[in-house]
Design a protein around this ligand. Structure first.
Ligand SMILES: [Zn+2]
Length: 269
Protein backbone atom coordinates (compact mmCIF):
# COMPACT_ATOMS: atom_id res chain seq x y z
CA UNK A 1 0.00 0.00 0.00
CA UNK A 2 1.42 3.44 -0.89
CA UNK A 3 2.61 5.65 1.98
CA UNK A 4 -0.10 8.30 1.56
CA UNK A 5 -2.80 5.59 1.98
CA UNK A 6 -1.44 4.82 5.45
CA UNK A 7 -1.56 8.51 6.28
CA UNK A 8 -5.23 8.70 5.22
CA UNK A 9 -6.08 5.57 7.23
CA UNK A 10 -4.27 6.96 10.29
CA UNK A 11 -6.15 10.26 9.97
CA UNK A 12 -9.48 8.44 9.63
CA UNK A 13 -8.77 6.34 12.74
CA UNK A 14 -7.73 9.50 14.61
CA UNK A 15 -10.97 11.26 13.66
CA UNK A 16 -13.00 8.22 14.69
CA UNK A 17 -11.30 8.12 18.07
CA UNK A 18 -11.89 11.86 18.57
CA UNK A 19 -15.58 11.43 17.73
CA UNK A 20 -15.89 8.46 20.13
CA UNK A 21 -14.20 10.51 22.90
CA UNK A 22 -16.57 13.44 22.36
CA UNK A 23 -19.63 11.13 22.45
CA UNK A 24 -18.41 9.49 25.66
CA UNK A 25 -17.74 12.89 27.26
CA UNK A 26 -21.18 14.21 26.29
CA UNK A 27 -22.93 11.09 27.56
CA UNK A 28 -21.06 11.24 30.84
CA UNK A 29 -21.92 14.89 31.29
CA UNK A 30 -25.56 14.31 30.40
CA UNK A 31 -25.78 11.41 32.86
CA UNK A 32 -24.27 13.51 35.66
CA UNK A 33 -26.52 16.44 34.88
CA UNK A 34 -29.69 14.38 34.62
CA UNK A 35 -28.99 12.78 37.94
CA UNK A 36 -28.95 16.22 39.52
CA UNK A 37 -31.79 17.58 37.42
CA UNK A 38 -29.85 20.19 35.46
CA UNK A 39 -30.04 20.07 31.70
CA UNK A 40 -27.13 20.41 29.29
CA UNK A 41 -28.53 23.85 28.38
CA UNK A 42 -28.36 24.87 32.05
CA UNK A 43 -24.75 23.72 32.25
CA UNK A 44 -23.94 25.64 29.06
CA UNK A 45 -25.38 28.80 30.64
CA UNK A 46 -23.26 28.29 33.76
CA UNK A 47 -20.18 27.77 31.60
CA UNK A 48 -20.89 30.86 29.52
CA UNK A 49 -22.05 33.31 32.19
CA UNK A 50 -19.85 32.07 35.00
CA UNK A 51 -16.44 31.34 33.46
CA UNK A 52 -14.97 30.65 36.90
CA UNK A 53 -17.18 27.52 36.94
CA UNK A 54 -15.07 26.12 34.08
CA UNK A 55 -11.95 26.32 36.24
CA UNK A 56 -13.41 24.40 39.16
CA UNK A 57 -12.61 20.76 39.79
CA UNK A 58 -15.48 18.47 38.78
CA UNK A 59 -16.66 17.79 42.35
CA UNK A 60 -17.09 21.54 42.97
CA UNK A 61 -18.91 21.93 39.65
CA UNK A 62 -21.33 19.25 40.78
CA UNK A 63 -21.82 21.01 44.11
CA UNK A 64 -22.55 24.26 42.24
CA UNK A 65 -25.12 22.48 40.05
CA UNK A 66 -26.79 20.90 43.04
CA UNK A 67 -26.89 24.08 45.13
CA UNK A 68 -28.04 26.11 42.13
CA UNK A 69 -31.06 23.88 41.65
CA UNK A 70 -32.00 24.02 45.31
CA UNK A 71 -31.50 27.78 45.35
CA UNK A 72 -33.83 28.22 42.35
CA UNK A 73 -36.37 25.87 43.90
CA UNK A 74 -36.50 27.71 47.24
CA UNK A 75 -36.25 31.38 46.28
CA UNK A 76 -38.75 33.72 44.73
CA UNK A 77 -37.43 35.60 41.70
CA UNK A 78 -39.25 38.89 41.10
CA UNK A 79 -38.98 40.88 37.85
CA UNK A 80 -38.73 44.61 38.58
CA UNK A 81 -38.70 47.85 36.59
CA UNK A 82 -39.63 47.04 33.01
CA UNK A 83 -38.33 43.47 33.16
CA UNK A 84 -41.12 41.13 32.05
CA UNK A 85 -39.80 37.88 33.49
CA UNK A 86 -36.81 36.47 35.28
CA UNK A 87 -35.49 34.00 32.72
CA UNK A 88 -33.81 30.68 33.39
CA UNK A 89 -30.51 32.27 32.31
CA UNK A 90 -30.90 34.98 34.98
CA UNK A 91 -31.85 32.47 37.67
CA UNK A 92 -28.95 30.16 36.88
CA UNK A 93 -26.41 32.97 36.75
CA UNK A 94 -27.53 34.47 40.05
CA UNK A 95 -27.92 31.11 41.82
CA UNK A 96 -24.66 29.71 40.43
CA UNK A 97 -22.56 32.64 41.61
CA UNK A 98 -24.24 32.62 45.02
CA UNK A 99 -23.64 28.86 45.29
CA UNK A 100 -19.90 29.41 44.83
CA UNK A 101 -19.79 31.05 48.29
CA UNK A 102 -21.15 28.04 50.16
CA UNK A 103 -19.18 25.10 48.76
CA UNK A 104 -17.80 22.23 50.83
CA UNK A 105 -20.20 22.74 53.71
CA UNK A 106 -23.31 20.88 54.77
CA UNK A 107 -25.97 23.21 53.37
CA UNK A 108 -29.56 22.04 53.32
CA UNK A 109 -31.09 25.35 52.24
CA UNK A 110 -28.70 27.68 50.43
CA UNK A 111 -28.84 31.18 51.99
CA UNK A 112 -31.66 30.21 54.29
CA UNK A 113 -32.33 33.84 55.30
CA UNK A 114 -32.79 35.02 51.69
CA UNK A 115 -36.34 34.68 50.42
CA UNK A 116 -36.48 36.74 47.27
CA UNK A 117 -34.27 37.98 44.47
CA UNK A 118 -35.44 41.20 42.82
CA UNK A 119 -34.08 41.59 39.30
CA UNK A 120 -34.01 44.91 37.45
CA UNK A 121 -32.87 45.05 33.82
CA UNK A 122 -30.28 47.75 34.68
CA UNK A 123 -29.39 50.26 37.41
CA UNK A 124 -32.26 51.18 39.70
CA UNK A 125 -32.98 53.83 42.32
CA UNK A 126 -32.35 52.61 45.84
CA UNK A 127 -35.43 52.24 47.94
CA UNK A 128 -34.24 52.46 51.49
CA UNK A 129 -31.81 55.35 51.74
CA UNK A 130 -32.94 58.90 52.36
CA UNK A 131 -31.24 60.16 49.23
CA UNK A 132 -32.27 58.61 45.90
CA UNK A 133 -29.23 57.09 44.23
CA UNK A 134 -28.70 54.83 41.22
CA UNK A 135 -27.65 51.35 42.34
CA UNK A 136 -26.55 48.09 40.72
CA UNK A 137 -27.14 45.88 43.74
CA UNK A 138 -28.43 45.76 47.30
CA UNK A 139 -28.59 43.16 50.06
CA UNK A 140 -31.44 43.72 52.48
CA UNK A 141 -31.33 42.37 56.03
CA UNK A 142 -35.03 41.56 55.57
CA UNK A 143 -34.16 38.69 53.24
CA UNK A 144 -33.90 40.10 49.73
CA UNK A 145 -31.14 40.64 47.24
CA UNK A 146 -31.63 43.19 44.45
CA UNK A 147 -29.53 43.15 41.30
CA UNK A 148 -29.30 45.00 38.00
CA UNK A 149 -29.12 42.16 35.48
CA UNK A 150 -26.82 43.90 32.97
CA UNK A 151 -24.16 44.60 35.61
CA UNK A 152 -24.65 41.22 37.27
CA UNK A 153 -24.08 39.31 34.04
CA UNK A 154 -21.21 41.48 32.79
CA UNK A 155 -19.28 41.38 36.07
CA UNK A 156 -19.75 37.61 36.38
CA UNK A 157 -18.67 36.99 32.78
CA UNK A 158 -15.55 39.17 33.00
CA UNK A 159 -12.92 37.59 35.22
CA UNK A 160 -10.37 40.30 34.49
CA UNK A 161 -12.30 43.14 36.13
CA UNK A 162 -12.03 41.70 39.64
CA UNK A 163 -15.71 42.51 40.18
CA UNK A 164 -18.71 40.28 40.62
CA UNK A 165 -21.92 41.99 41.66
CA UNK A 166 -23.73 38.78 42.59
CA UNK A 167 -20.83 37.57 44.71
CA UNK A 168 -20.68 41.01 46.37
CA UNK A 169 -24.34 41.06 47.38
CA UNK A 170 -24.37 37.46 48.59
CA UNK A 171 -21.21 38.07 50.63
CA UNK A 172 -23.27 40.78 52.39
CA UNK A 173 -25.96 38.16 53.00
CA UNK A 174 -23.41 35.80 54.57
CA UNK A 175 -22.32 38.72 56.75
CA UNK A 176 -25.95 39.32 57.75
CA UNK A 177 -26.53 35.71 58.80
CA UNK A 178 -25.22 36.33 62.32
CA UNK A 179 -26.41 39.90 62.92
CA UNK A 180 -25.69 43.30 61.44
CA UNK A 181 -23.37 43.66 58.45
CA UNK A 182 -20.00 44.25 60.11
CA UNK A 183 -17.51 42.22 58.08
CA UNK A 184 -17.65 39.35 60.54
CA UNK A 185 -19.71 36.45 59.13
CA UNK A 186 -20.34 33.21 61.01
CA UNK A 187 -16.81 31.95 61.57
CA UNK A 188 -15.70 29.04 63.69
CA UNK A 189 -14.41 30.10 67.09
CA UNK A 190 -10.84 28.96 66.38
CA UNK A 191 -10.55 31.36 63.43
CA UNK A 192 -12.33 34.41 64.86
CA UNK A 193 -9.40 36.19 66.51
CA UNK A 194 -7.07 35.70 63.52
CA UNK A 195 -9.83 36.79 61.15
CA UNK A 196 -10.44 39.97 63.15
CA UNK A 197 -6.70 40.76 63.34
CA UNK A 198 -5.96 40.15 59.65
CA UNK A 199 -9.06 41.82 58.23
CA UNK A 200 -8.75 44.89 60.48
CA UNK A 201 -5.13 45.31 59.47
CA UNK A 202 -5.92 44.94 55.75
CA UNK A 203 -8.92 47.28 56.03
CA UNK A 204 -6.74 49.95 57.65
CA UNK A 205 -4.12 49.51 54.90
CA UNK A 206 -6.74 49.93 52.16
CA UNK A 207 -8.12 53.05 53.87
CA UNK A 208 -4.65 54.56 54.13
CA UNK A 209 -3.87 53.79 50.47
CA UNK A 210 -7.21 55.24 49.37
CA UNK A 211 -6.56 58.43 51.37
CA UNK A 212 -3.12 58.75 49.81
CA UNK A 213 -4.50 58.18 46.31
CA UNK A 214 -2.43 55.01 45.80
CA UNK A 215 -3.49 52.31 43.36
CA UNK A 216 -4.54 49.06 45.02
CA UNK A 217 -5.42 45.55 43.95
CA UNK A 218 -8.49 45.72 46.16
CA UNK A 219 -11.42 47.88 45.08
CA UNK A 220 -11.25 51.08 47.15
CA UNK A 221 -15.00 51.00 47.62
CA UNK A 222 -14.08 48.52 50.37
CA UNK A 223 -12.53 51.39 52.35
CA UNK A 224 -16.09 52.60 53.15
CA UNK A 225 -16.61 50.26 56.11
CA UNK A 226 -15.82 46.69 57.26
CA UNK A 227 -18.97 45.27 55.63
CA UNK A 228 -18.03 46.64 52.20
CA UNK A 229 -14.46 45.51 52.79
CA UNK A 230 -15.61 41.93 53.35
CA UNK A 231 -17.75 42.07 50.17
CA UNK A 232 -14.95 43.41 47.95
CA UNK A 233 -12.30 41.02 49.28
CA UNK A 234 -14.71 38.18 48.52
CA UNK A 235 -14.93 39.39 44.92
CA UNK A 236 -11.12 39.59 44.73
CA UNK A 237 -10.77 36.15 46.33
CA UNK A 238 -12.69 34.54 43.48
CA UNK A 239 -11.76 36.81 40.58
CA UNK A 240 -8.17 37.80 41.39
CA UNK A 241 -7.16 34.84 43.49
CA UNK A 242 -3.56 34.59 42.19
CA UNK A 243 -2.73 38.20 42.80
CA UNK A 244 -4.57 38.30 46.13
CA UNK A 245 -2.60 35.27 47.28
CA UNK A 246 0.70 36.89 46.24
CA UNK A 247 0.06 40.40 47.50
CA UNK A 248 -2.11 39.68 50.56
CA UNK A 249 -1.24 36.11 51.60
CA UNK A 250 -2.66 36.36 55.14
CA UNK A 251 -5.94 37.75 53.86
CA UNK A 252 -6.12 35.09 51.16
CA UNK A 253 -5.51 32.42 53.76
CA UNK A 254 -8.34 33.66 55.99
CA UNK A 255 -10.74 33.69 53.05
CA UNK A 256 -9.58 30.24 51.94
CA UNK A 257 -10.46 28.92 55.40
CA UNK A 258 -13.79 30.66 55.48
CA UNK A 259 -14.90 29.75 51.94
CA UNK A 260 -13.37 26.26 52.13
CA UNK A 261 -11.98 26.47 48.60
CA UNK A 262 -8.66 27.48 47.08
CA UNK A 263 -9.44 29.26 43.79
CA UNK A 264 -5.78 30.17 43.17
CA UNK A 265 -5.30 26.45 42.44
CA UNK A 266 -8.12 26.29 39.91
CA UNK A 267 -6.90 26.28 36.33
CA UNK A 268 -8.39 27.15 32.99
CA UNK A 269 -9.57 24.01 31.19
ZN1 LIG B 1 -21.86 46.44 49.19
Amino acid sequence: MPGFAWIIIAMAVGLLLLWAWEMWRRNTRTAQSMELGVTDEDVDILRRNMPIYNRMPIDLQQQVQNLTLRFIEHKKFVPCGNLEEVTQEMKLTIAGNAAMLILNRPVRYPFRQVFSILVYPSSFFNSQEERAELMDGEAWPTGSVVVAWDSARKSAQDLRDGKNLIVHEFAHQLDLENGPADGLPEIDSVQVSTWARVLSKEFAKLRASANQGKRTLLDQYGAEDPAEFFAIVTEAFFERSDRLKNQHPELYDQLRHFYRVDPACWVDP
